[in-house]
Design a protein around this ligand. Structure first.
Ligand SMILES: [Zn+2]
Length: 366
């Protein structure tokens, strides 16, 4: 048994399910906080877990450069290193190599690049990416893919997708099956339904423990993202988890869950928390705004997080204006609580058969 997944309830294409990994169970739909470099920025692991999160994402690219996968392994693996007892999903490094690394060169074997930290040379092949994720001790490993820039000519998208599919096969072969651990393939193909379908078929033939949809939310717009999901998701195996990478805003999550997506990650709630943007049940609040300077009310009356139960909007405004670290900590806590509550509400709604009306409410907030 790799990782377990069962669908517990359905409403239309929306699924309420449960993942089981070596580090416990995860209720889906789930939002995974991004723990880039072995930490969810501005949060303690205890604080992340207190929001209800039972899985976080780690970035292979960042961890391979610093502190190094072999060092993390020698120190007992990423769970012990970052003091996180629950599940960890790691990306393959492909996305950050394309977006952060200097002087990268892509070949059939893999990608060579220079570190954005010190310029030193690295090679990331599918086999090395899987080895790094194994050294980290990741519960869910991602196949190495090439993230096609958007926009790109259709021929470039096609050849990029084909390369990613060959890398996916090599990634699957390199992955060491062990109980509680699994590997996801990543569907590519840009905004072209026929390429997406070909990619989904190739991955399904190889056989993965779950299926990610990559290469979206990079500027194509929500309507196009949803159209790609409409074409792609029905081609993915029904009994395996589906993960939409790098998404998104609350309305994006609602629309994607309605189309059968189970898992998400995005820097939005954590990054916004460090720039004084808060997600609330009344919409996005910019706490730097002068209108909050004398506001004694909580950020979100219905939220039970420490930021909302202990502090006023006026104090959070003061912290953000003064550049105090506590402002980032409290607002990140709140935003992660908001996303945890959002996905929890989705799960309850799917069970109750009221998801469609919940999703419509989020669409109107966007
Ligand atoms: Zn709150």
């Amino acid at each position: 048994m790799s990782i377990g997944f069962e669908v517990l309830a359905r409403e239309g294409a929306a699924r309420r399910g449960r993942l089981a990994t070596a580090h416990g169970s995860v209720d889906t739909p789930v939002f995974m906080p991004v723990g880039t470099a072995g930490t969810v920025k501005a949060m303690t692991p205890e604080g992340v877990a207190a929001t209800g999160a039972r899985i976080v994402l780690g970035n292979t690219y960042h961890l391979m450069l610093r502190p190094g996968a072999e060092r993390v392994a020698a120190l007992g693996g990423l769970h012990r290193f970052m003091h996180w007892a629950h599940s960890i999903l790691t990306d393959s490094g492909g996305f950050q190599v394309m977006s952060l690394a200097a002087r990268r060169a892509i070949a059939e074997t893999g990608v060579t690049f220079r570190s954005h930290l010190d310029g030193s040379l690295y090679e990331l092949t599918p086999e090395r990416s899987i080895e790094i994720q194994h050294l980290l001790g990741s519960d869910i490993t991602l196949a190495l893919d090439e993230c096609t820039p958007f926009p790109s000519p259709p021929e470039a998208v096609e050849s990029s997708m084909e390369l990613s599919m060959r890398w996916a096969e090599r990634s699957r072969r390199a992955f060491v099956d062990r109980p509680g651990h699994g590997i996801f393939g990543i569907v590519q193909g840009g905004i072209h339904p026929e390429l997406r379908l070909r990619s989904a078929a190739r991955l399904t033939d190889v056989g993965f423990d779950g299926y990610a949809v990559g290469g979206l939310a990079i500027g194509e717009g929500q309507e196009t993202t949803f159209a790609v999901l409409d074409a792609t998701v029905p081609a993915l195996p029904e009994g395996r988890p589906r993960y939409l990478m790098g998404v998104g805003k609350p309305a994006d999550l609602a629309g994607a869950v309605a189309r059968g997506i189970d898992m998400f990650d995005c820097v939005l709630p954590t990054r916004s928390g460090r720039t004084a943007q808060a997600f609330t049940r009344q919409g996005v609040v910019n706490l730097r705004n002068a209108r909050y300077a004398d506001d004694p009310t909580p950020l979100d009356l219905e939220c039970r997080c420490p930021a909302c139960t202990g502090y006023s909007r006026a104090y959070l405004h003061h912290l953000s204006r003064a550049g105090e670290i506590l402002g980032s900590m409290l607002l990140t806590t709140h935003n992660l609580q908001y996303y945890a509550d959002l996905t929890s509400a989705m799960r309850s709604a799917i069970e109750a058969g009221s998801f469609a009306s919940l999703a419509a409410g989020f669409a109107s907030l966007a």
